[in-house]
Write a protein that binds this ligand. Structure first.
Ligand code: FES
Length: 69
């Protein structure tokens, strides 16, 4: 069984790898086109939300959280 991994990219999206589905608030599932890796927008500037389209690079989004160790 594969493990789901989410990488928090500095100043960018959540990079999701592994078996996952993305569902909207109404219960409809987004088509991931069989992708094993995809990026979820966390800046709010994407024209293709909930997915990242690279707009974070031009909107000034800044976020570089680090896990407590
Ligand atoms: S995180 Fe990439 S467009 Fe928002």
């Amino acid at each position: 069984m594969s493990e789901l991994k989410i990488l928090v990219k500095d100043h960018g999206p959540f990079l999701v790898t592994g078996p996952a589905t993305v569902t909207d608030a109404a219960g409809n599932t987004f088509d991931l086109k069989g992708k094993e890796t995809f990026a979820l927008c966390r800046c709010g500037a994407s024209a293709n939300r909930p997915f990242c389209d690279g707009a974070h690079k031009g909107c000034g989004f800044q976020s570089a959280e680090r896990a407590a160790t």
